[in-house]
Design a protein around this ligand. Sequence first.
Ligand SMILES: [Zn+2]
Ligand SMILES: [Zn+2]
Length: 198
Amino acid sequence: MATTDVQLRCNCGKFGAKLKNVSPKTGSRVQCHCKDCQAGAHVLGAQDQLLPRGGSDLFQTIPANLEITEGAEHLACFRLSPKGLMRWYASCCNTPMFNTLGHNKLAFVGVLVPVMQGSGIEKVIGKTIAVAHTKDAPIGAKSLKEFGFNRAGFNILARHFGALMRGQSKENPLFDETGSPVVVPRVLSKEERRAATP
Ligand SMILES: [Zn+2]
Ligand SMILES: [Zn+2]
């Protein structure tokens, strides 16, 4: 199976990473329109990264495929609530980069597609297999069809168990060997969260 390494870069170029083994089989392209993902972009002033109807364009894969190559000191993280997703970003220019859970027990990372560099990314990562939470999408001209939510969830579990079998499930540049995140996430106050939520 042909896979490709894809460079990831923040808007200003100080933070860089590499996503290895990219193919439509090693990850799933998913569009999430939930209010939290929209709020996550608003917190960083990164609405320009969103799809026309407010969706986040993500490639979900296993963290063992991720390698930070430049500017690790710019890596930062916030959560919309104490138990919310960890939203990792490059603090040099507030570019959203990755989403993870608050722990590394599930081998899961969502990489924001807009930070992927190079031409032909669409081909490399494959078709969108799920469009989720469309009821939260702001009204707009482009119609949205909801599909694939269960399939995306199934793929996350299948990739996790694959990584577990290969002894790769804890390979993760965003968490240390004790399972703690490599940077302490900032948890938004309720007021901040409310202000950012559409
Ligand atoms: Zn930057
Ligand atoms: Zn979402």
